[in-house]
Design a protein. Structure first.
Length: 249
């Protein structure tokens, strides 16, 4: 680090359930999930806690004890169904040249370069003893070479373009005692509104995000958890909630 001498071919980085990324110092390759469901996804842990609290009983219902990884000193792990804050599929797989685009604002479409970077990424995953399900989530081979059939940037360009669109504007949604402008806590306290959310937004209510988002409005959640609450679904929820307000009058 002191004199910038290269010590590795590439470096792996990312966040849980998000893009899994690799850089060789010049290019950055951000690999999104291969399917819109961002699955399979589990947490592997010996201490079932989040940053601000323990796993809930509901989260642990699907837990199972699994064999150790090579780096866990022969200790088995608790495997728990995982929930990501946002869905990388909504942004697509992205490739950037840091020399010409240091702000990473203009994704590249270069199949040969993506193949090289996807190969580096896969090699790093194997070195890190990543779970087999991670390859399935990312659409990469756990063994053997990465081929052109595994490339995603070109196929997922529509998501990358859509992600550049402006966030939903509050003024485009109806207001009222039950609306996307009020906290989630208030909506869940109303049986009919809660039923609308259960029908349209079960991914939030069934995940750990629910407890952390109770004081946020649906508009705020949509801006925070990109991909979890798309604009078209937000409009559908707003319309249903507005109809409940009308009936209540």
């Amino acid at each position: 680090m002191a004199d910038d001498t290269p010590v590795r071919e590439a470096a792996l980085f990312g966040g849980f359930g998000g893009h899994v990324s690799v850089t060789d110092g010049r290019y950055v390759y951000m690999r999104a999930c291969a399917n819109p469901y961002n699955q399979p996804l589990h947490e592997h842990t010996l201490m079932p806690t989040h940053m601000r609290g323990r796993f809930t009983p509901a989260e642990l219902k699907g837990a199972e004890l699994v064999p150790p990884f090579p780096f866990t000193k022969d200790v088995p792990l608790l495997k728990v169904p995982g929930h990501a804050l946002s869905n990388p599929y909504s942004f697509g797989t992205l490739l950037f040249d840091l020399h010409t685009d240091p702000g990473q604002e203009h994704p590249l479409l270069d199949d040969a370069l993506e193949l090289r970077m996807a190969t580096l990424l896969t090699r790093q995953l194997r070195t890190a003893d990543a779970p087999l399900e991670q390859y399935e989530r990312l659409g990469l081979p756990p063994t053997g070479p990465v081929t052109s059939a595994h490339l995603l940037a070109r196929a997922q360009k529509p998501q990358a373009d859509a992600a550049l669109q402006p966030a939903p504007r509050p003024e485009d949604f109806p207001t009222g005692p039950l609306s996307v402008h009020v906290p989630l806590r208030d909506l869940l306290a109303h049986p009919e509104a809660a039923a609308v959310l259960r029908d349209r937004f079960a991914a939030l209510l069934d995940g750990p995000l629910a407890q952390r988002a109770l004081d946020l409005t649906l508009l705020q959640i949509a801006a925070l958890a990109i991909g979890l609450l798309p604009t078209d679904r937000l409009h559908a929820i707003a319309t249903r909630l507005a109809s409940i307000n009308t009936v209540c009058r």
